[in-house]
Design a binder for this molecule. Structure first.
Ligand SMILES: Nc1ncnc2c1ncn2[C@@H]1O[C@H](COP(=O)(O)OP(=O)(O)OP(=O)(O)O)[C@@H](O)[C@H]1O
Ligand SMILES: [Mg+2]
Length: 274
């Protein structure tokens, strides 16, 4: 990791208060995550471990019960609007054309429509959306919807982008294409990306570092650096280095799925067995 972190999350906990006498839910407990400028970092964890909660806190949509979010070494006065955020659902508005969907963030931040259109149109080709400017979202394929939502997030112009399972609903082939495309875009723009996925292979393939979260309450149970060389091509997923990482990351997830808490593993690794 780089010496100065772009985004640093310290001791973050979140308990949702139970409504009308219901039980409280502790979604996150003492979570710490650090990302250097321009890094691509992923979080994997079982459903319900608090990944979207974490993103909602970083994006300033909800407040943590404890802990802090530091951007460029300080707590921003207002987190809301400080980072680009693509929520778990693509959230395209069905009554706006694809172009008008992609400019939504710009317009909300006060950019005039004509200028917003100009900036968005300049990116349509790179985002594989050329020719679909005037289409309605319902007419787009799943991959195109996600690219439109990603373009909206990119256009917001923030250095840090939070992407919550952007490819979760796509078929395997479209997903693989989208991963390669995202790496190309990231390599060109070098934004700082924090990415949530259920898919360990996707996390390794894309990332400089992967955090594994335990089942609820979500805590960081493992953090692994991915030192595979870049640019990466899909063949890398068959390499021994990749498989060793995959095994290392899968173990705590299996443990979490079996209902375990924090992970202690003394079984021999693939690396030791080879
Ligand atoms: N607004 C809320 N009020 C009460 N409980 C909530 C609220 N939002 C989330 N939770 C609970 O907090 C826990 C974490 O939810 P969250 O959506 O952050 O998990 P997740 O890791 O993103 O799951 P998934 O992988 O399925 O998207 C869950 O038990 C969920 O029911
Ligand atoms: Mg989620």
């Amino acid at each position: 990791m780089q010496a100065s972190s772009k985004l640093k999350i310290e001791g973050l906990s979140k308990t949702y208060k139970g409504s009308s006498g219901g039980e409280n839910v502790t979604a996150l407990k003492d979570v710490g995550i650090e990302i250097g400028a321009g890094e691509f970092v992923s979080i994997v964890g079982p459903s319900g471990c608090g990944k979207s909660t974490l993103f909602n806190i970083i994006a300033g949509l909800i407040r943590p019960s404890r802990g802090s979010v530091l951007l460029d070494g300080r707590e921003p006065d207002e987190l809301l609007g400080s980072v680009g955020y693509m929520p778990q659902r693509d959230c395209l508005m069905p009554w706006r054309t694809v172009l008008d969907n992609t400019t939504l963030g710009l317009e909300l931040s006060g950019v005039r429509k004509k200028e917003a259109h100009k900036r968005a149109l300049a990116e349509f080709e790179r985002f594989g959306l050329a020719g679909f400017e005037k289409h309605w979202p319902a007419k787009l394929s799943g991959g195109m919807k996600q690219r439109a939502a990603l373009l909206r997030t990119f256009l917001a112009g923030r250095d840090v982008m939070l992407l919550d399972e952007p490819f979760g609903a796509l078929d395997a082939l479209t997903r693989a294409n989208m991963q390669e495309w995202l790496l190309d875009v990231w390599q060109e723009d070098r934004k700082t990306i924090l990415f949530v996925t259920h898919d360990v292979e996707e996390a390794i393939y894309l990332s400089d570092r992967v955090y594994v979260m335990s089942g609820r309450p979500g805590r960081v149970s493992l953090c692994v650096d991915v030192k595979l060389e870049r640019p990466r091509k899909s063949e890398i997923t068959m390499s021994p280095e990749f498989l060793i990482l995959k095994q290392k990351l899968l173990r705590p997830l299996e443990e979490a799925a079996a209902g375990g808490g924090l992970f202690i593993d003394d079984r021999p690794t693939l690396e030791e067995q080879i």
